[in-house]
Design a binder for this molecule. Structure first.
Ligand SMILES: Cc1cc2nc3c(=O)[nH]c(=O)nc-3n(C[C@H](O)[C@H](O)[C@H](O)COP(=O)(O)OP(=O)(O)OC[C@H]3O[C@@H](n4cnc5c(N)ncnc54)[C@H](O)[C@@H]3O)c2cc1C
Ligand SMILES: NC(=O)c1ccc[n+]([C@@H]2O[C@H](COP(=O)([O-])OP(=O)(O)OC[C@H]3O[C@@H](n4cnc5c(N)ncnc54)[C@H](O)[C@@H]3O)[C@@H](O)[C@H]2O)c1
Length: 474
């Protein structure tokens, strides 16, 4: 057994693990990061980067088509797929994904990479593929992310369905794509494949799409998918799947007795943690009902003696979003650095409290949905006395300039007792960048009366903030 000692061992080199490692190393600690597949993780190769690389040319084309005086923009499927390949660093005709760029970054940052599958075999002790033993003097950070959840439907696994991994890396556009699920992955990828030429059917068991955003925003996305020719079926349960060959037609039987036939079936019904494969029971680590590692407010895994085990990013299930995971990783890395070097941890930088304020998120469909804080229902469920303010996006002059006939809506959720914003949602073309100002107002607890003095430029879409404040009565 090859044995090595570091101050910190990070398991999982996705964006979150990379950030934890970098932060601990910048505090002067020696750090090893263990990765069993690709440095850069799900996000870089099968999730955020390829999906957004695919969506952007579609958005740009449509934006151009919506402006008078611009002619000729069309989606070129070959070009779209080539752009995606560049983003995942796939060279030539090879199917292999190349993480040498991210490996170079680790080298440059001074972090040692150990390839292989890690398991925790004792206090501060990590084994990789049963051949290398890494002893952590101070901390072990779990940043192992998630796998796609595949429900236990008769015939589903044998039908070799696509998950986000195949859907984001495919070089082939199936004639017919059936999508199981109607969440963020499903909506974004349904729109991609419809724009690339597939006939797409979405099967969602709930009575609406995008269960975690305000209903008006989900409705706008649903209407857009309808316009794109996507057959969206809500309140629809799949009961079994059959596919006679390993490839070829796949048939989904529904509880109504109907069947839907596709050339590929994409399963997009959520995620499952993978930390159950790390052997963490042996050190007392606690998990919640969904299997995610339970952490305290400083990302230390509950149930473990000695405060040496941390879980950040998707592994703790608090917010399945890259930026929120990286935020937790920065805080945990700083805490580990402070404790290891005998400094008092700065509570301002080592408690990622905004995780509990409702995470900002952008759904990159056309129209985009950008939201932060709590929805009106979530705020009410928390016992906050709220007032909800709605305005149409085209009430800002910038929206009309953005596109002819611009459509969209904006909402503020105000905590009336404190006079501050606790939630905001925008839906419309190019609203992604609008949301950060609302996040600043929420995290900074900026009184609305003060926010009124933050004057948006004319004629930008940001003037929607002015319209919302006016509608509120300011
Ligand atoms: C299609 C899709 C699109 C998305 N788009 C966005 C988006 O636009 N914006 C956004 O914020 N979020 C997005 N997400 C969510 C985002 O991908 C995740 O929140 C993010 O990847 C979490 O980062 P992570 O580092 O915690 O985990 P991951 O990125 O999953 O990385 C975990 C790493 O750990 C490794 N690993 C696991 N177990 C072990 C082990 N035992 N030993 C060694 N290595 C191990 C894995 O191989 C992997 O490389 C998207 C998700 C999907 C599915
Ligand atoms: N732009 C982004 O930030 C972005 C993009 C993609 C994914 N993500 C993250 O990845 C996570 C996973 O996304 P996701 O879309 O896989 O999950 P999700 O939880 O967002 O949506 C899953 C959907 O599948 C439905 N569902 C569950 N079981 C079903 C079944 N058997 N049949 C039909 N429908 C079923 C659920 O009702 C739900 O609407 C999200 O939580 C999100 O945070 C983020």
């Amino acid at each position: 057994m090859n044995e090595r000692e570091y101050d910190v061992v990070v398991i999982g080199a996705g964006p979150v693990g990379e950030n934890a490692a970098d932060r601990a190393h910048k505090a002067g600690l020696t750090v090893a990061i263990v990765e069993k597949h690709l440095v850069g993780g799900e996000c870089s190769f099968y999730a955020c980067s390829p999906s957004k690389a695919l969506l952007r040319p579609i958005h740009a084309t449509r934006a151009s088509q919506r402006v008078q005086g611009s002619v000729g923009a069309q989606v070129d499927p070959t070009g779209v797929l080539a752009r995606r390949d560049e983003w995942v660093n796939r060279v030539g005709t090879s199917d292999e994904l190349d993480d040498s760029g991210q490996v170079g970054w680790l080298d440059h940052a001074g972090i040692d990479l150990v390839r292989g599958e890690a398991k925790v075999v004792g206090e501060r002790l990590v084994e990789v593929d049963g051949t290398t033993r890494l002893r952590a003097r101070h901390a072990v950070v779990v940043a192992t992310g998630t796998d796609p959840a595949v429900p236990d439907l008769p015939g589903l696994r044998d039908a070799k369905p696509w998950t986000n991994r195949e859907a984001t890396t495919s070089r082939r556009v199936p004639d017919r794509l059936v999508v199981l699920g109607g969440g963020v992955v499903a909506c974004e990828l349904a729109q991609v494949y419809a724009a690339l030429g597939s006939t797409v059917t979405v099967l969602e068991q709930a009575d609406r799409l995008l269960g975690r955003v305000e209903e008006f925003a989900a409705t706008a996305v649903r209407e857009a998918l309808d316009r794109d020719g996507v057959d969206v079926r809500l309140g629809t349960k799949a009961v079994s799947v059959s596919r006679p060959g390993v490839s070829g037609e796949v048939t989904v039987e529904l509880d109504s007795g109907d069947t839907v036939v596709g050339d590929e079936l994409l399963v997009a019904v959520g995620r499952r943690p993978v930390s159950d494969r790390l052997g963490l029971d042996s050190v007392g680590a606690q998990s919640n009902d969904a299997g995610y590692l339970d952490v305290d407010e400083r990302m230390r895994v509950k149930g473990v003696e000695g405060e040496w085990l941390y879980a950040v990013g998707d592994a703790n299930g608090l917010a399945l979003l890259t930026h929120m995971g990286k935020y937790q990783a920065r805080a945990a890395g700083d805490l580990i650095g402070a404790v290891a070097t005998g400094r008092d941890p700065d509570p301002d930088k080592t408690v990622p409290f905004a995780t509990g304020l409702g995470s900002p998120q952008v759904v990159f469909t056309d129209p985009e949905v950008s939201a932060t804080g709590f929805t009106a229902d979530e705020a009410e469920a928390r016992g906050i006395h709220t007032r909800v303010v709605d305005v149409p996006m085209d009430s800002a002059a910038g929206s009309g300039l953005e596109a002819e006939g611009y459509q969209g809506q904006a909402r503020f959720v105000v905590d009336e007792a404190r006079g501050v914003l606790v939630g905001a949602t925008f839906v419309g073309q190019d609203v992604a960048e609008l949301v950060h100002a609302a996040t600043v107002a929420i995290v900074g607890e900026v009184p609305l009366a003060r926010l009124w003095h933050a004057v948006p430029s004319y004629p930008t879409m940001s003037e929607i903030y002015l319209r919302l404040l006016e509608e509120y009565g300011l």
